[in-house]
Design a binder for this molecule. Structure first.
Ligand code: ATR
Length: 302
């Protein structure tokens, strides 16, 4: 196991957690597995640049034990934490209060300990909106957006953000159609100005519908493995498309490669990862997130 990764048993005391370190651990990312998480690479330089005396650590938390982990961190006087796969949904139930965005998505990716309570946020959606603005210089408002893999956690966050920001039309595509039909009926009620359309990944209409969209986003996990193909056919892409893959490793997935072949504009999930992190840091330390330092830190590991 990565020596950098702490486990629940290390939370028994400050002595265990901070042995051999000059600075106390004050922030953590909770996941399973968590050794690969890039979050320390952006948050530790941010803490250092702000002159905050503390460490950002990785904490491996088995499924079903996220509430226990959060209480342990609270007892040790932590400032907050990031929550990653597979705990984002369970973390919501462990919070005393959650913001609107997290409640709507049903998942929490950032917590802060406030007066002995656990408060939860979800910065994935807003991180996506900022990434789209930074990469393509457009807002989501009024756009026709196709989200491929909208049934997963990332897809729900992206779809919710698009609807919140006033996208004109959202095409929710998923291998399992029922999952996006449930999501669409929830969002439809809350955001009546947006038109929703659900399609199965293998629907013959996919190509034609994709061509009517302006932004195509991959939020499926297809592309994470080096030998993965694209989740959609090459004919779905056109030169007017802005194509975003929420995957950042590998940096150029088959999805993006196929889009590039059709002269579309493309970007990968590096910017979304960065901006959700910047938003989280701003929750812990309002107004202090050093964007460019966090960008540099993240670049050094991706
Ligand atoms: P989560 O984000 O909730 O952990 P996941 O299992 O990582 O979920 O899957 C994320 C998305 O990738 C889902 O939309 C999933 O489709 P299903 O809802 O049909 O499972 C999609 N996905 C994963 N593997 C896929 C594959 N081989 N082909 C197509 N879509 C796939």
């Amino acid at each position: 196991m990565n020596a950098d990764v702490f486990v629940l048993e290390d939370l028994v005391s400050r002595k265990m957690l901070d042995a051999g370190h000059d600075k106390p651990a004050i922030l953590a990312v909770l996941g399973f597995p968590v050794g690969h998480s890039a979050s320390p690479a952006m948050h530790q330089p941010a803490l250092d640049a702000c002159g905050i005396d503390g460490r950002y650590i990785r904490l491996e938390v088995p499924v079903g034990r996220v509430a226990e982990a959060l209480l342990g961190l609270r007892e040790l006087g932590f400032v907050g934490a990031n929550i990653t796969v597979p705990h984002k949904f369970a973390a919501l139930d462990a919070c005393h209060q959650v913001d609107d965005e997290a409640r709507l998505i049903g998942a929490v990716n950032t917590v802060k300990f406030v007066d002995g309570e656990v408060h939860g946020w979800n910065t994935d959606g807003l991180g996506f909106a900022r990434a789209i603005r930074e990469e393509f210089m457009v807002d989501l408002s009024g756009q026709r957006v196709m989200i491929i893999g909208a049934g997963g956690g990332a897809g729900q966050a992206v779809a919710t953000q698009c609807a919140r920001d006033g996208a004109a039309r959202l095409v929710l595509v998923n291998r399992t159609l029922e999952k996006v039909e449930i999501l669409a009926s929830l969002l439809r009620r809350r955001f009546p100005a947006t038109k929703f359309h659900c399609l199965a990944l293998n629907d013959p209409q996919l190509e034609g519908v994709a061509r009517q969209c302006q932004i195509l986003v991959n939020t499926s996990s297809v592309g994470l493995r080096a030998d993965d193909g694209s989740p959609v056919d090459a004919n779905c892409f056109a030169s007017h498309h802005l194509v975003y893959d929420t995957i950042y490793k590998p940096p150029l997935t088959s999805f993006l490669r196929q889009a590039l072949l059709q002269q579309a504009s493309v970007a990968n999930g590096f910017s979304m990862l960065l901006h959700q992190g910047v938003l989280a840091f701003d929750i812990w330390y309002p107004g202090r997130a050093p964007l460019e330092i966090m960008r540099q830190g993240l670049r050094s590991v991706s």
